[in-house]
Design a protein around this ligand. Sequence first.
Ligand code: MN
Length: 288
Amino acid sequence: MRICRFDGDRFGLVEGNDVRDVTSAFASLSQQSYPFPRTDQMIANLATLRPAIEAAARNAPVLALDSLKLLSPIANPGKIVAAPVNYKKHLDEARGDAEIHHQNQVGEIQRVGLFLKATSSVVGCGEGVAMRHMDRRNDHEIELAVVIGETADRVSHDDALNYVAGYCIGLDMTIRGPEERSLRKSVDTFTVLGPYFVTADEIGDPAGLDLELTVDGEKRQLANTRDLILDVKTLISWASSFYTLHPGDVILTGTPEGVGPVLPGNTIRATIARIGTMEVAVRQLPPR
Ligand code: MN
């Protein structure tokens, strides 16, 4: 199943370019009171939502996916866990380019660990990326985004995929420079998730997925998730050894080689096999 969120918080079941508006199926999620749970309620209730979505789709009007303003399919991720330098060729690239490493020691992921991005940085592909700090280099990073489906506390490597609800394409947008990653990568709009959420049963094994990113048609990144240093299972197992993962938490699995700068006016096109393609416009945030 492929679920998008669009326009004013409407939800759609995606089949090719057809979107069936199934917002009515989400009505049962609104019966919450303060303090609201820090989990994404669509993902936490996916098992009961799926039949409701299928039922709602039967009589739903059909919209065109490419006519919708797509928001992040995960509305309320509790945390965004991210893997630094998790492809060998990107590690080599980062160590070899002063504009990327900025005199920071670029260590192996096994030594550096994982980092967190602010949830306030999350947008959908229809919202685009808004650059600020125009004097700095702002880079694209395509990454497979894993959406956690079940509460995961110290899960084993072999069990890890049982905790996955599904996947999306992720962009881990980055200001290059000497500061902590969590600052440089948490700019508003710097975590793009989209174009929609794909349930795990449609993907199967997340190893072996081609990723491709172009900027204004120019090929920048082309890789395959089989070249991840720490694969999806290892990332889930390792992350959950430190903190409990909750439904709707997102793991950005790291970017391959070919990172590079974007400028206002550029269009980023990101594709991951078996998920789809999203286009993301880059603009400059107007001054206050
Ligand atoms: Mn990254």
